[in-house]
Design a protein around this ligand. Structure first.
Ligand SMILES: [Zn+2]
Length: 91
């Protein structure tokens, strides 16, 4: 079944595979959580409400693309802080 990704929770800067993806169950619409790692590996989860199997396939690499963009923002943030003599370590 197609999943509907509705959000991304950046919870651990060290490892993007731990970032949480929020997605809606295609059958009952309940919000479920998966990790970016699970999506990268193309795993499936079961809906917490109705037990429908939700395929975590990353269509067109959409999730991977967003993760890359967030990482780029973190990188440029660190560089900007370094430029003004500070230090910011998020990773
Ligand atoms: Zn469901």
């Amino acid at each position: 079944m197609q999943n509907q990704i509705i959000g991304l929770v950046v919870s651990n800067m060290v490892n993007v595979d731990f970032w949480k993806i929020l997605l809606r169950c295609p059958k009952c619409g309940i919000k479920n959580e998966a990790t970016l790692g699970q999506i990268k590996r193309g795993e499936s989860i079961q809906c917490i409400a109705c037990a429908t199997k939700i395929s975590l396939k990353d269509e067109n690499g959409r999730v991977a693309k967003v993760a890359k963009q967030v990482q780029d923002v973190i990188d440029s943030l660190e560089k900007t802080v370094e430029k003004i003599g500070g230090s910011l370590k998020l990773k």
